[in-house]
Design a protein around this ligand. Structure first.
Ligand code: NAD
Length: 329
């Protein structure tokens, strides 16, 4: 099987090559993202392997199809960047890596909370410069705070268990209640009540037409003054302009994001010597109570092992005509 791997970083190649000894696939690694302009690079391949910011829309899929691509193998859980209808029409199967390490993402959400709250990033810099003052470093105890979780699938569920350990009250909204979480004391409420009652809101639902901009001017207005919003899921769950307004008028007390609406032009790249054209992210970076990481929540050794192995297994299942248990339809 010939596999064109798009959006490849050195660490992706390293992991694929490490595990390929058991599979013997023929890889072509491309640093560029897959989109309508780069889809031609898939010529002579059977499979394209893509990540979160590859643009696999109808036009891209047409080119993939004319190149004979049979399988799109996502090396991530989310699949909002794939036009599934167009893939089905072109008879191209789509597979993904569900639940490769819910702990990786849930623990990163916690890291964002603790850093924003206890300001360890600021303390680190201060102390290194000989500034031992505590001024403006005051935080709050997580114990007994109300945490709102939107989306209680694999990651949301893990996040709830971690926060339980901090002695928090956990309230949640999902389109399907999670019985195990209910048994463990998580209260499922309406979305509106989760917005109204939470001191910290953490987003763990997928991005789709129902959840796009779930955090917007109207929902922010319902939240508690000084609310902390955490997004490790997908950027477009938050309407960035409305979050900026919420930060400016101090309704939002803290914002921690690992994902950003327009991240495809920024994240995963070293742009330190470039003039960044995205004024919205620069505005976000200007707030002292905003913490942004560059889509790294998934990035642990355990997750990379699992992502690589599941992706290689997904391709093997296709190659051997076996059931595609990780197919997305
Ligand atoms: P999952 O499918 O196990 O869980 C998603 C949950 O969201 C499900 O319980 C589902 O019922 C719920 N949901 C669906 N529509 C909803 C709605 N309208 N309102 C509320 N809840 C809704 O997925 P997961 O593995 O927990 O991953 C969640 C998301 O995390 C993924 O979709 C992906 O976008 C994101 N993610 C981010 C990273 C990262 O590195 N930042 C890594 C992996 C996944």
């Amino acid at each position: 099987m010939k596999i064109a791997v798009f959006s490849t970083k050195s660490y992706d190649q390293e992991y694929f090559e490490k595990y390929n000894t058991d599979y013997d696939y023929d890889f072509s690694f491309y640093e560029t993202a897959l989109n309508v302009d780069t889809a031609k690079l898939s010529a002579d391949c059977d499979v394209v392997c893509v990540f979160v910011n590859d643009v696999v829309n109808e036009e891209t899929i047409k080119i993939l199809s004319s190149n004979g691509i049979q399988l799109i193998a996502l090396r991530c859980a989310g699949y909002n960047n794939i036009d599934l209808e167009a893939a089905e029409k072109a008879d191209i199967k789509v597979v993904r890596v569900p639940a490769y390490s819910p702990e990786a993402v849930a623990e990163h959400a916690l890291a964002l909370i603790l850093t924003l709250n206890r300001k360890t990033h600021k303390a680190y810099n201060r102390v290194r410069e000989g500034n031992f003052s505590l001024k403006n470093l005051i935080g709050f105890n997580l114990s007994n705070k109300t945490i709102g979780v939107i989306g209680t699938g694999k990651i949301g569920e893990t996040f709830c268990s971690i926060l339980k350990g901090f002695g928090c009250r956990i309230i949640a909204f999902d389109i399907a209640e999670n019985d195990e979480l209910v048994a463990g004391g998580v209260e499922f409420l309406s979305l509106e009540d989760v917005f109204r009652q939470s001191e910290i809101i953490s987003l763990h639902c997928p991005l789709n037409k129902h959840t796009k901009h779930i955090v917007n001017k109207a929902s922010i207005a319902k939240m508690k003054d000084g609310v902390m919003i955490i997004n490790t899921s997908r950027g477009a769950l938050i309407k960035t302009q409305d979050a900026i307004e919420g930060l400016k008028n101090r309704k939002i007390g803290y914002l921690g994001i690992d994902v950003y609406e327009q991240e495809e032009n920024l994240f995963f790249e070293d742009l330190s010597e470039h003039i960044i054209q995205d004024d919205m992210i620069l505005r976000l970076l200007s707030f002292p109570n905003v913490l942004i990481t560059s889509h790294q929540a998934y990035f642990t050794k355990e997750a990379m092992n699992q992502i690589t192995l599941t992706t290689l297994d997904n391709v093997a299942a296709y190659k051997n005509g076996k059931e595609l248990k990780n197919e997305v339809k």
